[in-house]
Each structure stands twice: as structure tokens, then as C-alpha cells.
Ligand binder design. Structure first.
Ligand SMILES: [Zn+2]
Length: 195
């Protein structure tokens, strides 16, 4: 507790002061520099006089609409800033954790990512027909993943008719997909480019 006389508080524009001596009700609390009133006495009085306090606040608010608007907007601004700061901090703190989880998920479910990537590519190439069966397409990617794991030979999902063929363009749909070893897929692509 900083012991400060009312006079000293006035000289440094401090809103409160505290002499370290009790008030008439025995509180050793801060006092208002402007009035000399004890803050604890005020709090006691307010807690026993809710209705008076409320009606006073209400009539003050009616007389000071500007101040009310100002205080509301200050509240929202401060609140927004705090929320923003909190979520940024939260985001940074959890970033590492999130990335690590994402990595594990990716390693454990590579076919999901491959399927999504191929789907995006098909959309870009306008080769994804509305009637494609996405469950069957996903099954092809899951099968490629399963064969790779079981045989130790990397397998991929291949478009039987390439999405960007020279003469004809295939579609990203289940009946144009086959699971073949990655090496076959490379050969096919190369051959296709040479043609
Ligand atoms: Zn008091």
C-alpha cells in the first residue's frame, strides 16, 4: 500500500489516496482524492442501496447519452482487441500441436490426400462429371494404398484415358480409373508425352 496524503494525491493528479489510517467506520481503504470519501464505505452503502444506485445510474445515463455511447463503444473495442489478441495467441500456441497431428494423420491416411488432390485436379481440368461416384473413386485410392502396403510396391490410381490426352480427354470417374504400380504409371505417362 502506497501511503499518500490527499494533498500529495492532488499534486500528482492521483484519483485516490491512502493515509494508512482507518476511516470513521474502521476501513483502511483508498479514498477519493476529489471528495475524501472512503471507497469501502461507498461500496457498503451501494450494496445496501441497490435501488437508489440503479435509479441514479439510470438517470445519469439519461442525462449523459454521449458518455454512455462512448463507454459502450470503448467496452466493445477493448473486448474485441482482447479477443483478437487471445485468439492469435491461442493460434500460435496450438500451431505446432496442430501441425504435428496433421502430419501423423497424413502419414496414416495418404490415400485421402491423394484422392482429394486428384479430385481438385479433375475439377481444374473440368473432367469431374456430376455422375461420378465418389465412394467408388475413393475405394480405388484406398485400394492403391492397400496394395502398396501389402506388396511393398508403390501403386497409384491411373486414368485409363488420361485427363489431358492428345486426341481424347478422359474423365475422373470410377470406370476410367485403374490401380497400377507407380512404375507402370510413369512409363505410360512418358510414352504418352512422346506420342
Ligand atoms: Zn470507510
Amino acid at each position: 500500500m502506497l501511503v499518500l496524503s490527499r494533498k500529495e494525491a492532488m499534486s500528482i493528479n492521483a484519483p485516490f489516496y491512502n493515509t494508512g489510517k482507518p476511516c470513521k467506520n474502521g476501513h483502511v481503504s483508498d479514498r477519493y482524492t476529489s471528495s475524501g470519501h472512503c471507497l469501502s464505505c461507498k461500496a457498503d452503502w451501494e450494496s445496501k442501496n441497490h435501488e437508489k444506485v440503479d435509479s441514479y445510474k439510470q438517470s445519469w445515463a439519461q442525462r449523459n447519452p454521449e458518455a454512455v455511447r462512448e463507454s459502450v463503444s470503448t467496452y466493445y473495442r477493448r473486448n474485441t482487441d482482447e479477443r483478437r489478441a487471445y485468439s492469435a495467441q491461442h493460434y500460435l500456441q496450438n500451431r505446432e500441436d496442430r501441425l504435428a497431428k496433421q502430419k501423423v494423420y497424413r502419414q496414416e491416411n495418404p490415400e485421402i490426400y491423394t484422392a482429394a488432390k486428384q479430385r481438385r485436379r479433375a475439377i481444374e481440368l473440368r473432367a469431374l462429371p456430376a455422375w461420378a461416384n465418389h465412394d467408388l473413386i475413393k475405394e480405388k485410392f484406398a485400394l492403391a494404398q492397400q496394395l502398396s502396403a501389402e506388396t511393398g510396391i508403390p501403386h497409384e490410381v491411373d486414368h485409363i484415358i488420361p485427363l489431358r490426352g492428345r486426341n481424347v480427354c478422359g474423365l475422373h470417374r470410377e470406370d476410367n480409373l485403374q490401380v497400377i504400380p507407380a512404375s507402370e504409371n510413369r512409363k505410360k505417362n512418358n510414352k504418352f508425352e512422346v506420342n
